[in-house]
Design a protein around this ligand. Structure first.
Ligand SMILES: Cc1ncc(COP(=O)(O)O)c(C=O)c1O
Length: 404
């Protein structure tokens, strides 16, 4: 047998399930009839509305599906502009590109690594229709100035909450502040519904009325009384928005049943992650070269990822050290599977070849070249967490030319 390459790996497995969660899945397998769009979906959506203080919530197959629906309902197209953070996961942008609207890339604030009213404002033109705001790494954006900006220009706000479930901003849950909130239950996320899943939250009744048909092939009941229930056919199909073709983005009943159950553990998961984040930062507090995401007053943090900027200039002995030297030590000498996340989106072939390769986002570029993302799942054993801290301390010490 070959030895495992990494002492601390990058885990792709979602929350390890409790016995109660496993039992919930097994019971739902037996009880769900039908296996999609039944009582477990209704319960999950109700639980979500209550927990996240939103008038409407729709379970969908992924956060990307939620973003697709938000893009369709925003009714943007050729001639319109949608402002999207340059530094995020590609799914924040793809649904809006598909509409034919022009993507305009917003730079990050270097301290929070998020878009702010200041980074968004200069990009607004008379063609701008939508602001996509991503609570990246789990930190909620400073929303009041962004919402005021959107209001002043009559813009829709789409919150991408994929990484920030369960935290908020000045008492308001992330996902409840914009016109749309898009949540992910993908395997990497803080809670998962068996590997895939998502939720779309909607503020306005008129927007919400469009979702069921767009989510499920334009299906709807026939209007009015039907003396013979089978005539003219089982269900009708139609457009909810003229010319906008619907999808099937439904989430199965077993996943919905698990989703409701996972919400019960969300606060505990968030607290566990927060304690880990605090411990990691405290353990590295003697290394100013490690620059953590700063967190403004009132902005919650779900600590979905632990992305750090390595800045050798912050210590006299490491002035010319580069991030890759630290990563080489961590990955190859100490077996910690650190990674680099998210090219600024305009650098990916998908967006460059799609016509969105131009941008002026110096902070996103600078962060990309200096960032390191550490394995940071809440189910990481304490021993592995301690190994990761010890390895990071030793690697940083070595880069200073000191002996640990
Ligand atoms: C910021 C962000 N937006 C959207 C998504 C897409 O989520 P999903 O995989 O549920 O479609 C992700 C998932 O990684 C994400 O991190």
């Amino acid at each position: 047998m070959t030895a495992p390459r990494f002492a601390v790996n990058w885990s792709g497995r979602g929350s390890q399930y409790t016995e109660d969660e496993i039992a919930t899945v097994v019971e739902a397998m037996r009880a769900a009839d039908p296996q999609t769009q039944g009582r477990f979906q209704a319960a999950f959506e109700r639980d979500f509305r209550t927990r996240f203080q939103v008038p409407h919530a729709f379970a969908v197959s992924s956060c990307t599906a939620a973003l697709e629906l938000a893009a369709l309902i925003s009714q943007v197209g050729p001639g319109d502009e949608v402002i999207v953070p340059a530094h995020t996961f590609a799914a924040s942008a793809i649904p809006f590109a598909r509409t034919g609207a022009r993507l305009v890339w917003a730079d990050m604030d270097p301290a929070t690594r998020l878009v702010t009213a200041e980074t968004l404002r200069p990009l607004i033109t008379d063609r701008t229709r939508v602001l996509v705001v991503v609570h990246l790494y789990g930190l909620v954006c400073d929303m009041d100035p962004i919402l005021a900006l959107a209001e002043a220009h009559g813009l829709l706000v789409v919150e991408d909450v994929a990484q920030a479930i369960g935290v908020g901003y000045k008492g308001r849950p992330a996902g409840s502040m914009g016109h749309f909130g898009c949540f992910s239950f993908h395997t990497h996320k803080n809670i998962t519904t068996l590997g895939e899943g998502g939720m779309l939250t909607v503020r306005d009744d008129a927007h919400a009325a469009l979702v069921p048909g767009l989510r499920h092939n334009g299906m709807r009941s026939y209007d009015g009384e039907r003396p013979r229930y089978w005539l003219p056919a089982m269900t009708n199909v139609d457009f909810d928005l003229d010319g906008v073709w619907p999808y099937n983005f439904c989430l199965g009943e077993v996943q919905c049943a698990l989703g409701s159950r996972m919400l019960e553990r969300l606060d505990h998961i968030t607290a566990t992650r927060a304690a880990r984040a605090e411990a990691f930062q405290a353990a590295l507090s003697d290394f100013p070269e490690m620059v953590f995401q700063s967190r403004p007053e009132g902005c919650g943090h779900a600590h979905h990822l632990m992305a750090v900027r390595y800045d050798g200039r912050r210590h006299p002995a490491t002035g010319n050290r580069h991030r890759d030297e630290l990563m080489t030590l961590l990955a190859e000498a100490f077996g910690i599977k650190v990674v680099v996340q998210y090219c600024p989106l305009y650098r990916y072939p998908l967006f460059a070849r799609g016509g969105f390769g131009a941008a002026r986002c110096p902070h996103a570029d600078e962060f990309f070249d200096a960032m390191i993302s550490f394995p940071f799942h809440q189910w990481m054993p304490d021993t592995e967490f301690a190994t990761m801290i010890a390895a990071t301390t030793a690697a940083l010490t070595r880069l200073r030319g000191e002996t640990a």
